[in-house]
Design a protein around this ligand. Structure first.
Ligand SMILES: [Zn+2]
Length: 196
């Protein structure tokens, strides 16, 4: 008999399911938008104007959490496309290159920050991690209006796609970048949307 069968489900998974049912909003491809209130009443809002649909998508919600749930948060707002960072600091924090999205700081609300610790990784930035499970969640330039979020922490990616690679000059030899997305030796200096 496998060990895991006797164990309770992982806290993170359980937490994730709870958070999903509590907060997730679904935007169906049919353009019928289900809000939390609509689901409660089991009805559908139809024929939304393009403008209203856009607004709704921009304000769409997304949940994120670390492996154990001691850091969990909700994002209400538009996520930046994902940028893969191959810098030495990301490699040593994440164990591999890092895939980060980003959002305005005022769009992230912590549901639980009991596990959140910050590490001052350079003169310009700090990195947020979970002191319980060790997950690397955030990168934040000091004084910036945005916060970068490791994309794998998010339950719902809002259709966000990866748009490129930065700090490729730091990439170690054990892997290759095999896609055709733009590659920058260092920062893209804004050429990738929102990457500065
Ligand atoms: Zn954790």
């Amino acid at each position: 008999m496998s060990k895991t069968k006797n164990n309770a489900p992982a806290l993170g998974a359980d937490y994730s399911a709870k958070m999903k049912s509590r907060y997730a909003e679904k935007v169906k491809t049919s353009a019928k938008i289900y809000s939390k209130a609509d689901r409660r009443e089991n009805r559908v809002v139809e024929n939304m104007s393009d403008e209203a649909q856009q607004e709704s998508q921009q304000e769409s919600a997304c949940d994120g959490h670390c492996l154990c749930g001691a850091v969990s948060f909700k994002i209400i707002g538009k996520l930046r496309p994902v940028v893969n960072c191959h810098c030495g600091q990301c490699l040593h924090t994440h164990g591999h290159y890092a895939a980060y999205t980003a959002v305005e700081k005022n769009k992230i609300k912590f549901v639980n920050d009991a596990g959140l610790k910050w590490f001052r990784s350079s003169n310009e930035a700090r990195r947020g991690f979970c002191q319980e499970c060790g997950a690397s969640l955030f990168w934040e330039r000091l004084g910036a209006s945005t916060i970068s979020i490791a994309a794998g922490m998010l339950d719902l990616a809002q259709g966000v796609k990866t748009t490129g690679h930065i700090y490729c000059s730091d990439k170690p030899a054990y892997y290759e970048i095999v896609d055709d997305l733009p590659k920058f030796p260092q920062s893209s200096d804004g050429e990738l949307d929102g990457d500065l």
